[in-house]
Design a protein around this ligand. Structure first.
Ligand SMILES: Cc1cc2nc3c(=O)[nH]c(=O)nc-3n(C[C@H](O)[C@H](O)[C@H](O)COP(=O)(O)OP(=O)(O)OC[C@H]3O[C@@H](n4cnc5c(N)ncnc54)[C@H](O)[C@@H]3O)c2cc1C
Length: 164
C-alpha cells in the first residue's frame, strides 16, 4: 500500500532537487524479504531518471544471499540518504539530524545480457564518479548487475533548524 509522507512540509517534489539527492548520496539500502524475514544490504548505485521513471543499477559478486533472495522474490524497498547534518538543542528532544532522503518500491532483475550489463556498469560509475567508463566483455563477465525499476518513490528533506 502506498502511504503519503507524514510531515508533508518536508516532502521534496522538485525534480531537480530529487536528482541532487541521487547525485550526492552514493549508497542505497536495499530491503528484501527472505522467506518472510527482512534483509537489508547497503550498496553503491548508479541511476537513470527518464520521464520521472527512476531506475537503479547495482553490481556485485556472482553469488550470495541477496542474489538467492532476489531470484525467488524480486520485490524490493529502497532507501537513499545524504546531506546528514547533526544538530544540538537545549534539551535531548531538540537534538536531531538534517537529511535528504528517498524511499520507494521496486522490482529487481538480474541483468543477463552483456550489453545490458555494460550499460548498467557505465551508469553506476557515472553516478559514483561523474566520469565515463567503458567495459569489455571480460570485465562484465565476473560481476552480477542488478537493475531495480522503482515503481513509486517519495523524497524528503529535513532542514537544520535556524538558530535563535
Ligand atoms: C557503504 C557500503 C557500500 C557497499 N557497496 C556494495 C556494492 O556496491 N556492491 C556489493 O556487492 N556490495 C556492496 N557492499 C557490501 C554489501 O553490503 C554486502 O556485504 C555484499 O553485497 C554481500 O551481500 P550478500 O547478501 O551477497 O552477502 P552474504 O555474504 O551472502 O551474506 C551472508 C551474511 O553475511 C552478513 N553480511 C553480509 N553483508 C554484510 C555487511 N555489509 N555488513 C555486515 N554483515 C554482512 C549478513 O549476516 C548476511 O546474512 C557495500 C557495503 C557497504 C557498507
Amino acid at each position: 500500500m502506498k502511504q503519503g509522507i507524514t510531515r508533508r512540509e518536508r516532502e521534496v517534489t522538485d525534480p531537480a532537487a530529487i536528482l541532487g539527492i541521487l547525485d550526492r548520496a552514493k549508497i542505497v539500502h536495499v530491503g528484501m524479504v527472505d522467506n518472510g524475514e527482512p534483509y537489508i544490504v547497503p550498496m553503491n548505485y548508479g541511476y537513470t531518471m527518464e520521464n520521472g521513471k527512476l531506475t537503479l543499477y547495482l553490481h556485485g559478486a556472482k553469488e550470495g544471499r541477496k542474489l538467492d533472495i532476489l531470484r525467488v522474490n524480486p520485490k524490493v524497498f529502497v532507501e537513499i540518504d545524504t546531506d546528514l547534518v547533526p544538530f544540538e538543542g537545549k534539551t535531548a528532544c531538540h537534538y536531531g539530524i538534517g537529511y535528504s532522503s528517498i524511499m520507494g518500491r521496486g522490482i529487481a532483475e538480474l541483468v543477463e545480457d552483456t550489453e545490458g550489463k555494460k550499460k548498467g556498469l557505465s551508469v553506476l560509475m557515472k553516478t559514483q564518479t561523474g566520469k565515463d567508463f567503458e567495459f569489455d566483455d571480460r570485465m562484465v563477465s565476473v560481476v552480477t548487475v542488478i537493475k531495480i525499476t522503482v515503481s513509486d518513490y517519495t523524497a524528503k528533506h529535513r532542514p537544520v533548524p535556524q538558530k535563535g
